[in-house]
Design a binder for this molecule. Sequence first.
Ligand code: PLP
Length: 465
Amino acid sequence: TQQQAKASYDAQDLWQKDKNHFIHPFTDFSLFHEKGCDLITDSDGIYVEDVHGNRFIDGIAGLWCVNVGHGRAEIGQAMAEQATRMAYFSTFNNLSNAPATELAAKLAELAPAHLNHVFFSCGGSTANDATIRLVHYYFNRLGKPTKKRILSRTNAYHGTTYMAASLTGIASNNWQFDTLDLVTHLSEANCYRRPEGMSEAEYCDHLVDELEQTIERLGADNIAAFIAEPIMGAGGVLVAPQGYHSRVQAICRANEILFIADEVVTGFGRLGHFFASEAVFDTQPDIINVAKGLSSGYAPLGATLISDDLYAVLSTPQGPGGVLSTGFTYSGHPVSCAAALKNIEIIEREGICENVLEVGPYLESQLKTLASHETVGDIRGSHFMMAIENVANKTTKALLPVEARVGDRVAAEAQKRGLIIRPVGHLNIISPPLIWTRQVVDDVVAILDEAFAATTRSLKADGYL
Ligand code: PLP
């Protein structure tokens, strides 16, 4: 049983091995060398448990991904059945497997009408990486080899393979890392920190102008694609002004620039729809990338959904024996695809998108009650994708010094009270499993209320406020 398995862990031994040998992604080594890591060993529904048996509400769905919640035995069972029947075989050279085929067809059914073709990868970074390779190949095949540059945005997050990190626009993420000179970053759409005195509509015009001027400067003949998250996630849960995405898409279309939506976070229910691009933002991307909620994190998986028009070019044989020579050993991994199929079945059967549409606005409105706290500058996002921006001064929006570690403080205070949320610099992100109820929202907001009050006290005690 779970209890017996848990009893068999030696917490001290694991902690030490982890500290000695595991290079953690995105980890602050000044804390790691001192404190090591918290080991999360168990999970159930909206909860996770650490190796010492402390239970927490999971406020971040693992890492924006465990959309259907933890401990879904039927997903585990589907994976086990597939692993014992046929764990792996190649999908190269005209070979396929049943779960990958079924999943490709299911994604084509769920996606906007013109996106009917699926290229599988191992996660979000590899989906974005494969996408840019396919986009370059597409224009090469069209005889337009100068169309190479990709437009992204500051504070965008698209992953950490070399290409995905280059698309990423969060400066601190690439500090002392090199990037590829293939990307031009436009300004992010940040309504909270838009220029003083600009209305939201004027701000939208301003961003669209910047895009038009950039295309003019670089030349449309040199630009292959524009990539954006419908709502920017790790860069601070930034919701663009009304109409921004559709205006950008229209300009891209007029300049033969492909419009790529990175729906790694926004997809699979987080905003109440399988795909947010068309349903929420009224765009028809040429390509949509998904990962995370696609398998609810039960197995690594990413996918690039490609339009009929692009597919027509990509699938034109270049001559006898010519192949589309890109792909991963694990493109269409049968066990991951089996997990995704069961995950999608659960989302549909349990009406999880409907839950998000119902509880999401409640989460937004309840989080907004935290605005009275001294450090809470902005509460933003949509449905199950929310962030709170901490500031030193609400009027000037000045930030607290980095050393104050305000995001870490709030997260630690919440964790003490049984809730895990994610600190990102001066922000705290809340991106829960999509099965939270109104009651859970009430419990979470009560914890956060105490956590922000305690944070204000500790910032005052340390002389930061
Ligand atoms: N794209 C977006 C929008 C993401 O938020 C992430 C991860 O957080 C990625 C891509 C990268 O995905 P992965 O970490 O699975 O490679």
